[in-house]
Design a protein around this ligand. Structure first.
Ligand SMILES: *[C@@H]1O[C@H](CO)[C@@H](O)[C@H](O)[C@H]1NC(C)=O
Ligand SMILES: *[C@@H]1O[C@H](CO)[C@@H](O)[C@H](O)[C@H]1NC(C)=O
Ligand SMILES: *[C@@H]1O[C@H](CO)[C@@H](O)[C@H](O)[C@H]1NC(C)=O
Ligand SMILES: *[C@@H]1O[C@H](CO)[C@@H](O)[C@H](O)[C@H]1NC(C)=O
Ligand SMILES: *[C@@H]1O[C@H](CO)[C@@H](O)[C@H](O)[C@H]1NC(C)=O
Ligand SMILES: *[C@@H]1O[C@H](CO)[C@@H](O)[C@H](O)[C@H]1NC(C)=O
Length: 504
């Protein structure tokens, strides 16, 4: 998944269009030796290691890196070629995530393919990017956890915190931090494809941040594309070329408004509905946001009910519509003066361990640097214009450290994502995704000749979160038969919002 901030939390491209393409090394065609995994799981997964070049751009270096791989074997015969999976972030590990996603994604592919993932560089034990080794509290202390909108002084504070993080990460990671960018991960993917000794073609399903990785590997290796599904699409132009990624929040307001609309439409399963109209609920929420910001209540006599945590938690929950009735109950309790439900939910939300990997990959991949906060003003304004309710959720967290980052990815995709691929790519986007909007999917799809964008008329982050048999069968037909849906196809989710059956 794309990072979820919690609290403490070209024209016709025939040649690979990356900076040092001509001099790249390739890994040897090794057979992969699969064996048991050292993971706590009952799934029938197997694991392996694959040596790949540490530095694809430097022929004189012979050092290699062992990638940790995981395979969830095909359930059906005859077996087809493997599908690689990446779960986003960028910075989400592959092995643990496979355990969480295999039984969700496996059936959707049809079951004839081995599913394969790996810990991308920067994650797991592979050049794990960590500026406060063995100490997440140091990192969370440094980043302060304030939202830019919490007070006028916060923007400067976030800039200063960003400089602490950037300096610390440079000191800790200057030896290997340059090797963790997406272009190298894309080359690792092709090393895996080669080592599988199948047909040498890429089959891939990338979700969330895995779509930017997907766009990158496809743009670098367009003639090796067999099937690529990109679901929950990020704007890869912004990822590489902008100080921030304001388009990320282009559908966040609409998703939040859908939360309120769905609530009013389903009063039996939404504690906030009461006898309110939509306009009344919106007014109540506007007032609540203002109160928590300007005159916050105190929890259990000891803790300020923080605006930053309040908003970050609501934002995070917009990812998962099945949890919307729970959020509605917690908000209604807050309105009644009972903060316990909401606070317990925030405390139960686990801190993602990969936040530092996200920064390491993202910041090295970004092109722009500055030492003046004022240079960020245009992108700051862009965030404010893009989302009235949630503009300040994303601004600051990665924008300020990345702008002051001390090193560059050794290789960066420098093209314009105008690509003609050997086989067409399938894009999938929710109508209401709080963090990867339909606008970004349209943008990316427009550059990939012959690609089709399937609109999943659902809510939350990724099509998987409000499932649809229609969407799933289109993805399956694509992987099995190479069939694309007609342009403009829209799929409905199986259950409407706030349907009690949807949370089972
Ligand atoms: C590939 O094989 C050559 C010769 O056996 C060896 O020198 C080189 O280190 C290998 N490269 C990788 C990436 O394993
Ligand atoms: C392994 O997973 C089970 C089920 O999730 C859990 O109850 C158990 O505590 C885990 N064991 C270890 C060693 O983490
Ligand atoms: C809704 O309004 C009706 C009529 O005013 C009232 O009897 C009922 O108690 C209200 N229901 C709720 C949940 O507030
Ligand atoms: C808040 O206080 C109540 C009553 O003292 C206690 O039961 C509860 O565990 C406290 N909640 C938290 C999250 O600390
Ligand atoms: C895609 O997004 C980038 C970055 O915002 C923008 O420069 C470009 O014009 C967009 N392309 C299309 C076709 O919308
Ligand atoms: C979706 O597919 C499942 C499994 O085939 C089926 O039980 C269910 O009724 C379908 N739901 C809808 C809304 O079509």
């Amino acid at each position: 998944m794309i990072f979820s901030k919690t609290l403490l939390p070209l024209f016709l491209l025939l040649v690979p269009h990356a900076s040092k393409a001509a001099t790249v090394r390739r890994s040897n065609n090794t057979d992969i030796k699969w064996g048991p995994c050292k993971l706590n799981t009952t799934l029938p997964v197997q694991c392996a290691q694959l040596p790949v070049p540490l530095d694809y751009t430097d022929k004189t270096r012979s050092d290699t890196l062992n990638l940790d791989l995981i395979k969830y074997p095909a359930r059906k015969q005859p077996k087809r070629g493997s599908i690689l999976l990446n779960f986003g972030g960028p910075g989400q590990d592959g092995l643990e995530s496979m355990l969480a996603y295999a039984e969700l994604m496996g059936p959707t592919t049809g079951g004839y393919h081995d599913l394969i993932s790996w810990d991308p560089r920067g994650t797991g034990k592979t050049l794990r990017f960590s500026c406060w080794p063995d100490d997440t509290t140091g990192y969370y202390a440094a980043m302060g956890n304030s939202l830019a909108g919490s007070a006028d002084s916060t923007v400067g504070k976030l800039w200063a915190e960003g400089s602490i993080i950037a300096t610390r990460c440079h000191d800790q990671q200057k030896e290997t931090g340059q090797f963790v960018g997406m272009a190298f991960v894309a080359r690792d993917m092709m090393s895996i494809v080669d080592a599988l000794n199948e047909d040498g073609m890429l089959r891939y399903w990338g979700i969330s941040g895995g779509t930017t990785l997907g766009a990158t590997v496809v743009a670098m290796f367009p003639d090796r594309v067999e099937r690529v599904v990109l679901d929950g699409v990020m704007n890869a132009h912004e990822y590489y070329n902008s100080f921030g990624e304001p388009e990320m929040v282009a559908s966040t307001d609409a998703t939040w408004e859908e939360f309120m609309r769905g609530c009013i439409a389903t009063p039996n399963n939404c504690a906030l509905a009461k006898n309110r109209t939509y306009d009344e609920l919106e007014a109540v929420m506007t007032e609540l946001f203002d109160t928590v910001r300007n005159n916050p209540p105190v929890f259990n006599g000891t803790v300020v009910f923080s605006y930053d945590l309040f908003k970050a938690h609501i934002f995070s929950t917009l990812y998962s519509p099945s949890d919307w009735p729970g959020l509605a109950q917690a908000l209604e309790d807050v309105l009644q003066g009972n903060l316990e439900t909401f606070v317990s939910r925030v405390l139960a939300f686990s801190i993602p361990s990969q936040d530092q990997a996200i920064l390491g990959i993202r910041c090295g991949d970004k092109k722009l640097r500055t030492n003046k906060l004022s240079d960020l003003e245009p992108v700051f304004e862009q965030y404010r214009k893009t989302s009235k309710w949630f503009w300040d959720w994303a601004w600051g967290y990665d924008v300020t450290p990345c702008a002051q980052w001390g090193f560059e990815a050794k290789e960066r995709y420098e093209g314009d994502f105008q690509v003609k691929t050997k086989n067409p790519v399938l894009f999938v986007s929710n109508s209401f995704d709080p963090v990867t909007p339909l606008a970004s999917a349209k943008n990316m799809s427009s550059g990939f000749e012959g690609s089709v964008l399937l609109t999943h008329n659902g809510h939350g982050h990724l099509s998987l979160t409000q499932p649809s048999n229609c969407t799933n069968s289109i993805i399956q037909n694509y992987f099995l038969e190479g069939k694309l849906p007609a342009p403009g196809t829209v799929c409905e989710p199986n259950f409407p919002l706030f349907d009690p059956a949807a949370s089972m």
